[in-house]
Design a protein around this ligand. Structure first.
Ligand code: BGC
Length: 745
């Protein structure tokens, strides 16, 4: 503190200021913030609320006007995004130290699933249902990023997403509020580690507040219109969990919610977040979302946009320059109160203090640390661990998997066998040594087999073209093999921001390639890489073994080979339902029953069903196979009639009845049979991931209290109602043991 901030500053200011500053060292952070605030001009305050992009990696148009370095020197920029590396951040921080008040810059970056070491996509990690592993992945990402000068990650994305057309499903935890809330907590804890101020902790940012994942038609940036009840019950809880876990910041979202853009949404930002939830961090806008309110038809111009956003509680403007250009006039004209500006600036300064940047603005500019983290073997080996856990085995007829390591001839076919960078997926970083670092599927299998098998290769086709010229070669290669591993999928940039798709089928001629290879009569294992649930009905009906590999990161090839050859027994479970067709979207497990529910998939007569398609998803939420088989006993209940203070103990005995040791995710769902508002047919309320040696059994117990029965009623009161409940335990949302209880008030 003394060295960089107070020493220089105390020389600069007249006595009163010196007193305020120099005594600030012994004060609480709030007092220090107040001391700084008192010295700031209105323009300097507005500068803190202004965030610019660095020189590269933009997800929106970069406004080029003005020289950024001069503006930093003038105290007109509080934060930069997409500036990384010790060198670069130091250079800009040095310029900030030339500003009148020497307030340090905050450097933010989208560290979404790893920084130097890439981990599986967030949706893939969610498939692990392993909260400790997910937390660790965020922890490592934070450590690597912080060592490269990053203070702040724009993650986790905690948007519930029920529509796989939306390209950003890859970035969240899937469709379920309960699982999503636990994962939100794990990720925030992981990023912020032992707390802000440690050199391996970055500030987390829960985004996109709120309901961005419910964009109409799954089209990115589209509008959202939903009841407040649904907002409170389905979409807000992961944000609340992130706030409770101490997330330092929130990002608002591009969408309008019930007619009000989230960026100017007072209900969300002031009433719920800063009011009801008592959130003490700050809110950053999404990229340009303040200015985009003009397109929304909500603000006439940037002047009005700045007024609406600031008054509604958006503290920092990312890249729309509406604040820097208009807030001064707005304050002078009385349209934005000084108190609004002061509140925003205090929130921002507080985080800078908590990060320790006032004490040492170069705290995160340490070449030694950056070097240490650059090729950290533990991080790489963890990347393989979590990648294995994220893989979901969808089908395995006749125990085709695992393959024997003694297999003589293995044909590796498909456009993704030798893909390198694709393995990292969207929202990942390119490094010059990517080719050497990333383990391709081809290399992973080679590493596993130690030259004991003959590996054959044919590409067959590209991911997304209509050219079948490579089929003949692929068929010839398949014919020479004992088994075919066929690697297909989406291109990695088909999911992510602005990557909504109306067609979820395997792109190009890939399913034709699968048919052609199946026609050889050889045993075929299909691997599917994607950032969302895809539609592949022919494959699901005809191919004996299917493995969903998402995008798994730096160690993808090794992790897939671990599963293919049985060194790891897959334990991933789907965090999102897989539709049978695009026309079935959105399909999610916790829907309402309706007045005319279909009894089963063949019941279509004047019931809530399609006449040309069954209601069930292709693969259900929570679904995933293991090489072994888990049997469930019926449910044992401690009571069937309960009162308010009672706790219900519900248990099952799970037996590993197959031939491999393995992990099972035992899932608990509850249905409230009748309510003052209709309730979903089931809701996930608990799960336990257990390991069982072959032949072993374990009693898995869930303790249920009335807290687990609560929901938002029509007055938005969160409470439980007495009545009948169904308790369900099983291996996925469609395969469940059931038991009934009655709960009285
Ligand atoms: C995205 C955010 C991201 C920001 C900065 C926006 O386009 O919606 O999620 O954090 O860009 O890159």
């Amino acid at each position: 503190m003394k060295r960089y901030f107070f020493k220089n500053l105390c020389l600069l200011f007249f006595i009163t200021a010196q007193v305020i500053f120099c005594t600030a060292q012994t004060k609480s952070i709030d007092q220090k913030v107040d001391s700084v605030l008192k010295l700031m001009t209105l323009d300097e305050k507005i500068g803190q609320m202004n965030q610019y992009n660095g020189d590269w990696q933009a997800t929106g148009p970069i406004t080029k006007d003005g020289d950024k370095q001069t503006q930093i020197r003038e105290g007109k920029i509080g934060s930069m995004l997409n500036v990384t590396g010790v060198d670069h951040t130091r250079t800009l921080q040095e310029i900030a130290m030339q500003s009148r008040l020497k307030i340090p810059l905050l450097f933010g970056q989208d560290v979404i699933h790893g920084y130097r070491t890439t981990f599986p996509l967030p949706l893939a990690e969610a498939a692990s249902w392993d909260l400790q592993a997910i937390e660790k992945s965020a922890r490592i990402a934070a450590t690597e990023a912080a060592a490269a000068g990053v203070h702040w990650t724009f993650a986790p994305m905690v948007d519930i997403a029920r529509d796989p057309r939306w390209g950003r499903v890859m970035e969240g935890a899937g469709e379920d509020t309960y699982l999503g809330s636990l994962i939100a907590t794990a990720r925030v804890k992981g990023f912020q580690g032992k707390g802000l101020g440690n050199t391996d902790a970055v500030m987390a940012c829960a985004k996109h507040f709120a309901a961005y994942g419910a964009a109409v038609g799954g089209r990115d940036y589209n509008s959202v219109d939903m009841s407040l009840r649904q907002l409170y019950e389905v979409y807000l809880p992961p944000f609340k969990a992130a706030a409770d876990a101490g997330a330092a910041t929130f990002m608002n979202s591009f969408n309008d919610l019930n007619g009000i853009p989230a960026t100017a949404n007072k209900l969300l930002q002031r009433d719920i977040l800063k009011g009801q939830w008592n959130f003490k961090g700050f809110v950053v806008s999404d990229w340009g979302s303040v200015g985009e309110m003009i397109n929304h038809g909500y603000a006439k111009n940037n002047y009005e946009a700045a007024m609406l956003a600031a008054n509604a509680g958006s503290d920092m403007d990312m890249e729309s320059r509406s604040y820097i250009k208009n807030l001064n006039t707005l304050v002078k004209e009385g349209k934005v109160k000084t108190a609004v500006i002061d509140e925003a600036v205090k929130r921002i300064l507080k985080k800078k203090f908590e990060m320790g940047l006032f004490s040492d603005p170069y705290k995160f500019c340490n070449e030694e640390r950056e070097k240490q983290q650059w090729n950290n073997a533990d991080n790489i080996s963890f990347s393989r661990e979590i990648a294995k856990k994220s893989i979901v085995l969808l089908k395995n007829e006749h125990q085709l998997l695992p393959l024997s390591k003694q297999t003589k001839n293995i044909a590796m076919i498909g456009p993704l066998v030798k893909a390198v960078r694709d393995n990292l997926g969207f929202w990942s970083y390119s490094w010059p040594d990517d080719t050497a670092r990333i383990v391709t599927l081809w290399n992973g299998v080679q590493n596993k087999l130690n030259n004991t098998s003959n590996l054959l290769y044919a590409k067959g086709c590209n991911i997304n073209d209509n050219n079948k010229d490579g089929f003949d070669e692929a068929i010839a290669v398949a014919k020479q093999a004992d088994v075919v591993v066929l690697s297909v999928g989406e291109a990695p940039d088909m999911t992510g921001e602005a990557k909504s798709r109306s067609n979820l089928h395997l792109p190009g001629v890939q399913e034709d390639l699968i048919k052609a290879i199946m026609a050889t009569g050889k045993p075929v294992v299909v691997l599917i890489s994607a950032g969302r649930p895809l539609v592949f009905n022919w494959t699901a009906d005809n191919v004996p073994a299917i493995v969903y590999t998402w995008w798994l990161g730096t160690q993808a090839g090794n992790a897939i080979a671990d599963v293919l050859f049985g060194d790891y027994n897959p334990s991933g479970r789907l965090p999102i339902s897989f539709p049978r067709t695009e026309g079935q979207v959105p399909v999610y497990y916790n829907h309402y029953n309706t007045g005319r529910p279909a009894k089963n998939d063949s019941d279509v007569n004047y019931v809530s069903a399609y006449t040309d398609l069954v209601n069930s998803p292709r693969f259900a939420f929570g679904y995933g196979l293991s090489f072994t088989k888990f049997d469930y006993s019926t449910i044992k209940l401690s009571k069937t009639k309960l009162t308010a203070t009672d706790k219900l103990e519900a248990s099952v005995i799970v037996t590993n009845a197959g031939n491999y040791d393995g992990e099972e995710v035992v899932q608990l769902y509850i249905r409230d049979m009748f309510g003052s508002v209709v309730r979903p047919v089931k809701e996930l309320k608990g799960f336990q991931k257990i390991f069982l040696q072959k032949g072993a059994s374990k009693e898995v117990k869930f303790i249920i209290s009335t807290n687990d029965l609560k929901f938002y009623n029509n007055e938005l009161k969160y409470d439980w109602e007495a009545g009948d409940f169904q308790i369900m335990i099983g291996s996925n949302a469609m395969q469940l043991q059931k038991a009934a209880v009655e709960w009285a008030k």
